[in-house]
Design a protein around this ligand. Structure first.
Ligand SMILES: [Ca+2]
Ligand SMILES: [Ca+2]
Length: 238
């Protein structure tokens, strides 16, 4: 037992000795610094700022931390919106309608400045718009193709009805889909607007048909509906 204790003490002394030796090599001002001061980790780490965004309110929150707490501490947090004027963060702020980039960073009490970070957010409280562009008013369509540039007796479609809608959400969240509905009960949607939002009406139908289109953006806001009425003569065979 005695031997074990001796070995333990010897080991402890060796560890203390090696810590002291390490500390002394760090001390380039000779004997002025104590071992504790000499062994302190460097305090040149800048603060770390985190960003939080609420897409329902458009509000941004910045939270900065600086470690170790008893040394530097956060002096201030700054931000810019879309590269604008630098502002000192004092609390949650509104980014505004549309898509915006926030640049943010903090400085600690010994003036270590954090590398600036950026984040881009979209606040969308505006519904999209939709406009039925085909069939065009006053045109004649035959089996899916427009064959006359003017047609004096309203819009007439013989055969299938190619419906095309233009939809736009400005600089908001973007159009998610356009939903089409028809007075005969048919309905459909298109969620890929690469070549316009389209739907092909193929039902057997004779007489007036009203087409209604509604656009929905990626937040879920819906447009004012756009409607048109035309005459359709379609056997619905193909
Ligand atoms: Ca610091
Ligand atoms: Ca929108």
């Amino acid at each position: 037992m005695k031997k074990l204790i001796s070995v333990g003490i010897l080991g402890l002394l060796l560890i203390i000795g090696s810590i002291s030796a390490t500390c002394l090599t760090l001390d380039d001002n000779n004997s002025e610094k104590s071992i504790m001061n000499c062994c302190k980790p460097p305090y040149n780490d800048p603060p770390v700022t985190s960003i939080f965004y609420n897409p329902e309110t458009g509000m941004v929150i910045l939270i900065a931390e600086d470690y170790p707490i008893h040394e530097g501490g956060v002096k201030a947090t700054y931000y810019k919106i879309d590269g604008g004027e630098q502002q000192t963060y004092t609390g949650p702020f509104f980014i505004g309608e549309g898509t915006h980039t926030v640049e943010y960073w903090s400085v600690d009490n010994v003036n270590n400045e954090e590398t600036h970070k950026t984040a881009t957010f979209t606040f969308d409280s505006t519904p999209p718009m939709v406009d039925i562009t085909s069939p065009e008013e006053g045109k004649l369509y035959l089996f899916g193709s427009q064959i006359m540039s003017t047609f004096s007796r309203g819009t007439l479609c013989i055969g299938k009805v190619p419906v095309v809608a233009f939809a736009d959400d400005g600089d908001g969240s973007g159009v998610s889909m356009v939903m089409f509905s028809f007075s005969n009960g048919d309905s459909g949607y298109d969620d890929d607007g690469t070549n316009g939002f389209t739907y092909l009406f193929k039902d057997m139908h004779f007489g007036a048909l009203t087409i209604t289109a509604v656009a929905i953006d990626n937040i879920g806001l819906t447009s004012t509906p756009d409607s048109m009425t035309l005459d359709v003569y379609n056997l619905g065979l193909i």
